[in-house]
Design a protein around this ligand. Structure first.
Ligand code: FES
Length: 324
């Protein structure tokens, strides 16, 4: 997910609806101030939302992409929230918020069949995809995993949708027989199937590993993360970064990020998610070996060691020279 949050044009919208969709999940419906049509979007798109308090967070659009009168997003209250989801939950109907135009870094590509897999709040772009695929008459099935019925958003909507017969919902607290048997589903997928998966990193890892173990080609697995896995920071040590343009060096303390340290010295790298998901902060590395901690770069990109995410990644070497 590459988010160019700070360079994108922003639009101001009003909140016209707020609904509790499940435990700790609310949906917000956004419309233009003057009721003009909103910029169009395609399935898999997200918007950046300027959260009250100054943060910027990304949310996938989950309404039917044919709609121009509204954007719908859903927000899970994160107990570890640094202000993002808590601020979003405080938004009320009638509030005015600033958002980016929709961007799509998780687009549907042509396929003979689509296997849509959602973990938790990752259902949002997957639901949008299901709406689109149903509208165009494409072949697909949707599989949605949640901890429990109380924590699963949009169950009524899915049940009442034109794709309800192709939708399957699984709960962690169900019996083993009723849980997702992903291996079986993948084995039964027709040739030419593409997998689209969205959810927390653990769910995505489970899907990509299961697919890989069954010989599924990596280019037929499309994914989008919601949240990076917690990092083990116990062994973190200080290192130096040097800016190629000025030749100046800065010490990155063991408990600080490259981004926050540079910001303190007036070097402002655009960030958005601040946790290695979105790619906004990706910076070229001219010398040294990054310790990649993001989930944005692919394994191949990480192996090249010529770019890194300064919001979360660190260094294996004592010095990183950055193309800044
Ligand atoms: S700000 Fe999102 S990856 Fe760094």
């Amino acid at each position: 997910m590459l988010y160019e949050a700070l360079s994108m044009s922003t639009i101001v919208v009003k909140v016209v609806n707020k609904t509790t969709e499940a435990e700790d999940i609310v949906s917000l419906e956004l419309a233009s101030i003057d009721d003009d049509p909103l910029p169009p979007f395609s399935a898999g798109s997200h918007i950046d939302v300027h959260v009250p308090g100054g943060l910027i967070r990304q949310y996938s659009l989950c309404n039917n992409p044919a709609e121009r009168h509204r954007y719908q997003i859903a927000v899970l209250r994160d107990p570890q929230s640094r202000g993002g989801s808590t601020g979003m939950h405080q938004i009320q109907v009638g509030d005015v918020v600033q958002i980016s135009e929709p961007r799509n870094l998780f687009p549907l590509t042509p396929a003979d069949h689509y296997l849509l897999l959602a973990g938790g709040i990752g259902v949002t772009p997957i639901l949008c995809m299901a709406e689109r695929l149903a509208t165009v008459g494409a072949s697909f099935s949707m599989h949605y995993c949640s901890r429990s019925p109380e924590r699963a958003a949009f169950l009524d909507r899915i049940g009442a949708s034109q794709f309800s017969a192709r939708s399957h919902v699984y709960f962690d607290n169900a019996t083993a027989r009723e849980r997702l048997d992903l291996g079986k589903i993948i084995d039964a997928a027709p040739p030419g199937t593409h997998i689209y998966v969205c959810g927390p990193s653990g769910f995505i890892g489970f899907v990509t590993e299961t697919a890989r173990a069954r010989g599924w080609p990596a280019d037929r697995v499309h994914l989008e993360y919601f949240g990076n896995a917690p990092q083990d920071t116990d062994g973190d040590t200080a290192f130096e970064v040097k800016l190629a343009s000025s030749g100046k060096s800065y010490t990155i303390a063991a408990d600080r990020s490259v981004w926050s340290t540079l910001l303190e010295h007036g070097i402002d790298i655009p960030v958005s998610c601040e946790q290695g998901i979105c790619g906004t902060c990706i910076t070229r590395v001219l010398q040294g070996t990054p310790d990649h901690r993001d989930v944005y770069l692919t394994d191949d990109e990480k192996a090249k060691n010529d770019q890194f995410a300064p919001c979360c990644s660190r260094a294996w070497t004592a010095l990183l020279v950055l193309d800044l």
